[in-house]
Design a protein around this ligand. Structure first.
Ligand code: NDP
Length: 451
């Protein structure tokens, strides 16, 4: 045992930090975690979980509308936003206490307060200095907004999850995950939503067919997508915000939300003093074992700017604890990482986009399907599901799989396992479908797309 107070001090009790700390504690290491907010991090407190609960809440509007042609009538329907927020917060409290128990049950000491590195083996929290053999930085990221005049009037996803009341109109700036997800939530709850994107299409980096199909579905739901548009400034007059746009026009709204990316939370941590190098965008540089430029200091999750997804941060934290305290040195595998955008309808994806696959393999075979799901033949809802498989013709291996439509995240999770195992198109074809389902399309697509 070293002379330090701890074997590991983790700064940041989010998904990655908690996973690493509780495993390390379970392996017998002496571990402390410092956290200045509540334990849980972005995913549990300000991201994935509260967002998905609000999405569930918004979807009931669709279910009730769709139910009419199935014979249901609802005499009086209204929505109580405060009740949804209150119940969502109760669930977050429950998750927070589960996280606290996980730490406690694995003998991890929680130090409440902002952790600052004093040197490579010393952390100061709330005026107390503690020493440690290893340090893990897992402080995540924070919404980043462009510095335009009036940006102080804009809210981020943090505040959008806590609004006192629903606005009549809302402008959402950005075309990434968060922007399209929140557009779906607020439009579903009856807010007039305009999404302003500086590019020509939403969701840069996603497969082109998914991007185009989702923007069509969002527009069918009454969401206006203003492409090739930038906000120059925001002014406030009374309760109304006026957004000046690059085309010289202006827009009025009751609420302006920015979802223009997230930046690593590296300021004020003393990283420079401890010899930890940062990238130009402020994130921490790490090697494939999550080690920073200071050999006993590690970093995992969004603070490192690799793939900003909770399950990836968890895998990184897990690998780190295994390496430091369980004699199992291994790297996180970043191939075929599936992800979902919980837009309305959702998109889920694993592997390469068509563009990426063409660049990598030259020619690829595309199998796709665009159909009205069975449920909507009676409901009457004009909503399509779109599926796409990308195959390397030389090896027959499926190298990309994409879906937009109901249940896409649930379906693609299973496909991701097949792709991790290197499944070929012939193996997809020889798999028996589950009928009637949308998922069976993935094993029944026989015709290649021409051209
Ligand atoms: P993203 O990086 O996904 O998207 C940022 C968006 O903002 C892009 O459309 C980008 O446009 C636009 N943008 C950036 N800077 C400006 C600017 N100055 N003016 C106008 N537009 C701008 O970020 P998000 O904030 O949506 O999400 C952050 C990350 O969190 C995601 O990348 C994802 O990894 C993770 N996340 C994952 C979720 C999930 O798994 N379901 C849900 C939510 C977040 P352009 O494309 O032109 O660059």
């Amino acid at each position: 045992m070293s002379d330090y107070d701890y074997d590991l001090i983790t700064i940041g009790a989010g998904s990655g930090g908690v996973r690493a700390s509780r495993l390390a504690g379970g392996y017998g290491a002496r571990v402390a975690v410092c956290e200045e907010d509540r334990v849980g991090g972005t995913c549990v407190l300000r991201g994935c979980i509260p967002k998905k609960l609000l999405i569930y809440g918004a979807h009931y509007a669709d279910y009730m509308e769709d139910a009419e042609n199935y014979g249901w009538t609802f005499d009086s329907v209204k929505h109580d936003w405060s009740k949804l927020i209150e119940n969502k917060n109760t669930e977050l409290d429950r998750l927070n206490s589960i996280y606290l128990n996980i730490l406690k049950n694995n003998n991890v000491v929680l130090k409440e307060g902002h952790g600052v590195l004093i040197d490579e083996h010393t952390v100061e929290v709330s005026g107390n200095r503690i020493t440690t053999e290893n340090i893990l930085i897992a402080v995540g990221g924070w919404p980043s907004m462009p510095s335009i005049p009036g940006i102080e009037y804009a809210i981020s996803s943090n505040e959008a999850l806590e609004l006192n009341a629903l606005p009549k109109r809302m402008v959402i700036v950005g075309g990434g995950y968060i922007a399209v997800e929140f557009a779906g939530i607020f439009a579903g709850l009856g807010v007039e939503v305009t999404e302003i994107i500086r590019a020509d299409n939403i969701l840069r980096g996603f497969d082109i067919d998914m991007r185009t199909s989702l923007s069509k579905e969002m527009e069918k739901r009454g969401i206006t997508i203003k492409s090739d548009t930038e906000v120059r400034s925001i002014e406030k007059h009374g309760d109304i915000f006026f957004l000046q746009l690059n085309d010289g026009k202006s827009m009025e709204t009751e609420c302006a939300m920015y979802a223009t990316g997230r930046k690593a939370n590296t300021k004020g941590l003393g990283l420079e003093i401890a010899g930890v190098e940062l990238s130009d965008n402020g994130s921490i540089k790490v090697d494939k074992y999550n080690r920073t430029s200071q050999p006993n200091i590690y970093a995992v999750g969004d603070v490192t700017d690799r793939i900003q997804l909770t399950p990836v941060a968890i895998q990184e934290g897990h690998a780190l604890a295994d390496m430091l305290f369980n004699q199992n040195t291994r790297m996180t595998d970043y191939t075929n990482v599936p992800s979902a955008v919980f837009s309305t309808p959702p998109i889920a994806t694993v592997g390469l986009t068509e563009d990426e696959a063409c660049k990598k393999y030259g020619e690829v075979d595309i199998y796709d399907s665009n159909f009205k799901p069975l449920v909507h033949t009676i409901s009457g809802r004009d909503e399509r599901s779109v599926m796409k498989l990308i195959v390397d013709p030389k090896s027959d291996i499926v190298v990309g799989c994409h879906m937009m439509g109901a249940d896409a995240p649930e379906i693609i999770q299973g496909i991701a396992i097949a792709m991790k195992c290197g499944a070929t198109k012939s193996q997809f074809d020889s798999t028996t479908g589950i009928h009637p389902s949308s998922a069976e399309e993935f094993v029944t697509m026989r015709s290649k797309r021409n051209g």
